[in-house]
Design a protein around this ligand. Structure first.
Ligand code: FAD
Length: 408
């Protein structure tokens, strides 16, 4: 069998893998990215958070992303019955980017992966990693190439950025269940035909079901007159509907007068997809000469659009730790990677739990909310979940107190 050698091997060319590749190339590392699909390919996760822009910039991809023509985004709007509230991310507690984009992921992921290749990473499409061995002195993987040939790659360090593929968690038995109940989503893209001036296209709209506080919908406008439209609910709720995925999605949307009104002129020209049981966790985020990035580690929930930002953050922390390790320093991957990553994930987790219980919804729809508190919430919704100067990051339990103050 043919055997190759590289310094850094990255499994997956999604957001985590592409940003890790860019950051590591800036350190002068030899980087090989193995991606099982041919890009462009569909992926979900289309609403970015402003915090993610810092990582896109650090990886060297900012100009390419800005020039790609994606929909400008400056905030998030929420609708429940006749209540509506909007957060402008430029008005936030933390410093940093206040705007970002809503992106068709097929295009966005291609832009990032092209950026990695331009920076000198060897990015190979349709090369699927089928086996991994991290037991020896250095890790190696077995790969199936598009022509069916199987070859082996030895690496000094292995980054698993395989997303829901979850290569290392599955092969090394690192999987552990998420604490969240099993939820699922139906989603599609539509030609929305929303009359200009009646809808703020620079914000994601999150609508809550009028009868079920834990059932919600995303409307993510793109720059081409189309929207990503999806519903998230527990799988037992979704299973009550019949027909195709698109028919089920439309039947649930029909129960929400504000949303069905907004989409009354929509052309539902694309079949819907279904994804269930995506919340996932692992026993450990790193081991000797390997680390898990993005969704290959923990995935919480889509409600605050945090997935890509967390994927980028993990890539940034791992690249910094690899840099130190390759320069001969001793890196404690638990203390230097897993713990700092988890701090932000835990801040998001408190907000996600509060969202589904309804408490966070009472907080944001409260009409006379303090401006300072709204700025702190806005910062977290903008992705600044690692800014420990924000009291709701440093002490996530504070959210419970706020909920009690705002309880309807
Ligand atoms: P991925 O994007 O999944 O990339 C992994 C790559 O690895 C893929 O290209 C895959 O083909 C490749 N791969 C897998 N197995 C192998 C293998 N064996 N060999 C080689 N390559 C392999 N996030 C947001 O930020 N905003 C949102 O609005 C949002 N909405 C969401 C809605 C839903 C319903 C869900 C479920 C998630 C949503 N997310 C959102 C989360 C987002 O999709 C993910 O967090 C994000 O894509 C993670 O990036 P990643 O690079 O870790 O993994």
């Amino acid at each position: 069998m043919r055997v190759e050698q590289t310094e850094i091997l990255i499994i997956g060319a999604g957001p985590a893998g592409a940003v890790a590749a860019g950051l590591l190339r800036k350190q002068g590392r030899q980087v090989l990215v193995l991606e099982k699909e041919q890009f462009p390919r569909f992926s979900i996760g289309e609403s970015l958070l402003p915090q993610s822009m810092a990582y896109i910039e650090a990886a060297g991809y900012l100009q390419d992303v800005v020039e790609a023509g994606f929909q400008y985004k400056n905030g998030a709007a929420f609708q429940r019955g006749d209540k509506y509230t909007a957060f402008d991310f430029r008005e936030k507690f933390s410093s940093g980017w206040g705007t970002t984009y809503q992106v068709q992921r097929a295009h966005f992921d291609q832009v990032l992966a092209n950026g990695a290749a331009k920076a000198g990473a060897d990015v190979r499409y349709q090369h699927q990693v089928v086996a991994v061995d991290v037991a020896g002195e250095t890790p190696f993987v077995s790969v199936v190439a598009p022509d069916g040939e199987t070859y082996r790659v030895n690496a000094r360090f292995l980054l698993d950025a395989s997303g829901f593929g979850r290569i290392l968690p599955r092969l090394l038995d690192l999987e552990t269940p998420s604490a969240f109940p099993v939820r699922g989503a139906y989603f599609t893209h539509v030609e929305d035909n929303i009359p200009p001036g009646t809808f703020d296209r620079s914000k994601i709209l999150v609508s809550v079901h009028p009868l079920h506080v834990d059932v919600w919908f995303w409307t993510i406008p793109f720059s081409n007159g189309r929207c990503s439209q999806g519903v998230v609910a527990r799988t037992d709720f979704l299973d009550k509907y019949s027909g195709s995925e698109l028919e089920r999605l439309r039947a649930i949307i029909a129960e929400v007068p504000t949303l069905s009104g907004l989409l009354k002129g929509a052309n539902w020209d694309t079949p819907a997809r279904k994804l269930t049981g995506y919340a996932a966790n692992v026993k450990s985020l790193a081991g000797r000469n390997f680390a898990l990035l993005g969704n290959a580690g923990e995935f919480l929930d889509p409600v605050f659009s945090s997935g890509v930002t967390i994927a980028f953050k993990s890539a940034s922390l791992a690249a910094a730790a690899i840099d130190r390790e390759f320069q001969g320093e001793t890196v404690d991957w638990q203390a230097d990677y897993a713990v700092p990553l988890k701090q932000g994930v835990d801040a998001f987790r408190a907000f996600v739990e509060s969202w589904y219980a309804g408490g966070f919804q009472d907080v944001i729809f409260k009409p006379d909310q303090s401006v300072e508190v709204r700025k702190m919430i806005s910062a977290i919704l903008a992705g600044y979940a690692w800014d420990r100067r924000n009291p709701y990051v440093a002490e996530p339990w504070r959210l419970k107190t706020l909920e009690q103050l705002c309880a309807v």
